[in-house]
Design a protein around this ligand. Structure first.
Ligand SMILES: Cc1cc2nc3c(=O)[nH]c(=O)nc-3n(C[C@H](O)[C@H](O)[C@H](O)COP(=O)(O)OP(=O)(O)OC[C@H]3O[C@@H](n4cnc5c(N)ncnc54)[C@H](O)[C@@H]3O)c2cc1C
Length: 386
């Protein structure tokens, strides 16, 4: 395992010297600037979740979370570029892929030479993912894929699509769904970018149409059909923990920006940060960030313990950290915008950008309502997990 403390310091420095200075350019142009993209590849951020055997840095989930606190102190758009590769895609291949698939994809993913996009959501299947309608029908040694996906991060810049498709139309729920690896250049795949996002300017979000797209049956992830959503699960829980950590990183930056303004802006002959009403907002932000940080670190530690002991992942604690963190950061952003006064509405500055960017966290990787449902369901079924 690489020396973690040195690596953490390197990522902190990268955030300060490359990511933060390029935020304005990224917001203006709507794309991650090439020097930042190169720095992401060179620094090994694509490798943090991949084992050493495949050229990765093999950091634990707790270490990945601590790194995420650092690099998401800058715009979360940078994270979006490598998040689908380090989480959903690489983890599905790692856990369920064949040796050949692991050898083919994971070293290139770790090097930042193979971006993965995870294709689950469809126009009629969002939260209810198990009802997806994309089909993969066997024809000799090939699958023929037909269907539509939407809101897919990084598909138009991806080198591999991990596509969830129904391989058994007779099985209606998750049991009929398989994960299949698709080269985006395959005939029959068309990808368009959705560019009118509320926030996250620079994040690549796509619609995909599959029309008689043929891929070898050897591209199935897993040794049998029907394991698609199970293969997705490890990656989804990995990603939820990372969204919780991203919420903390973003909230820390927002609070620092709000503090700087509260010191600098004077009204009634004094800094607005001296008013009790502003102090209440600042204190609430700080306390809630600390709470979310502790919950996220604890969920990550439990994640690591579960993996080490071959036990089920701590899904209740992960759901709670993702739910609380994502709701927390939007409260922090809202208070920070209030502290800016009219400037928060009229100008496009880092607080207003993050106010728009962070709204996403309550919607994807399982919306807040689904985290609440899952937490309550787990509690009702099995008592209170510590
Ligand atoms: C920027 C962005 C990037 C994304 N990236 C990806 C990606 O890379 N790959 C991918 O596959 N998907 C991706 N998604 C999709 C994302 O995971 C879905 O948007 C999410 O699952 C919700 O689905 P939906 O948008 O269809 O909303 P819906 O499922 O239609 O939900 C609408 C509302 O109903 C609520 N709701 C739904 N079911 C229930 C229920 N049972 N109980 C209570 N409330 C409920 C929801 O919480 C929500 O408030 C992305 C989305 C966005 C916006």
């Amino acid at each position: 395992m690489a020396n973690f403390d040195r690596y953490l310091e390197k990522i902190r420095e990268l955030t300060e010297t490359v990511f933060i200075p390029l935020e304005g350019q990224m917001e203006a142009e709507g794309d991650v600037p090439e020097p930042a993209m190169q720095a992401i590849r060179d620094s090994g951020l694509f490798a943090i979740s991949i084992p050493e055997a495949y050229g990765g840095l093999a950091f634990t989930q707790e270490q990945q979370v601590r790194l995420t606190f650092e690099f998401t102190y800058a715009s979360s758009v940078y994270r979006s570029i490598f998040s689908t590769t380090i989480g959903l895609c690489s983890q599905a291949i790692l856990d369920f892929g064949s040796d050949e698939q692991r050898q083919h994809y994971l070293p290139r993913m770790a090097a930042g030479e193979c971006i993965g996009a995870f294709c689950l959501t469809e126009p009629e299947a969002g939260t209810d993912a198990a009802s997806l309608q994309t089909t993969a029908v066997t024809d000799g040694a090939e699958y023929v894929i037909n269907g539509q996906k939407r809101y897919i991060t990084n598909a138009s810049i991806a080198d591999v699509l991990v596509v969830m498709a129904r391989t058994n139309p007779d099985v209606s729920g998750s049991g009929g769904i398989s994960a299949i690896l698709v080269d985006p250049e395959t005939p029959g795949v068309s990808i368009t970018r959705m560019d009118k996002l509320l926030g996250q300017r620079g994040t690549v979000v796509n619609e995909i149409t599959f029309e008689d797209c043929r891929v070898p049956v050897a591209n199935l992830v897993g040794d049998q059909e029907g394991l698609g959503l199970r293969a997705a699960l490890r990656g989804i829980n990995h990603a939820r923990t990372h969204v919780a950590a991203t919420s903390v990183g973003q909230a820390m930056r927002i609070l620092d920006e709000a503090l700087a303004y509260a010191r600098e802006r004077h009204q009634f002959g004094q800094p607005i940060g001296d008013f009790g009403a502003i102090q209440t907002m600042l204190a609430d932000c700080y306390a809630e960030i600390q709470a979310a940080k502790s919950m996220t670190l604890e969920a990550a530690r439990l994640f690591d313990d579960a993996v080490a002991q071959g036990k089920p992942l701590p899904t209740t604690q992960i759901a709670a950290a993702k739910y609380y963190g994502s709701e927390m950061v939007t409260r922090v952003a809202d208070r920070a915008l209030q502290i800016l006064g009219g400037k928060g509405f009229v100008e496009n500055n880092i607080i207003t950008q993050f106010y728009r960017d962070t709204r996403l966290f309550r919607l994807f990787e399982g919306a807040s309502q689904i985290q609440q449902r899952n937490i309550a369901r787990d509690l009702m079924r099995g008592g209170r997990p510590d």
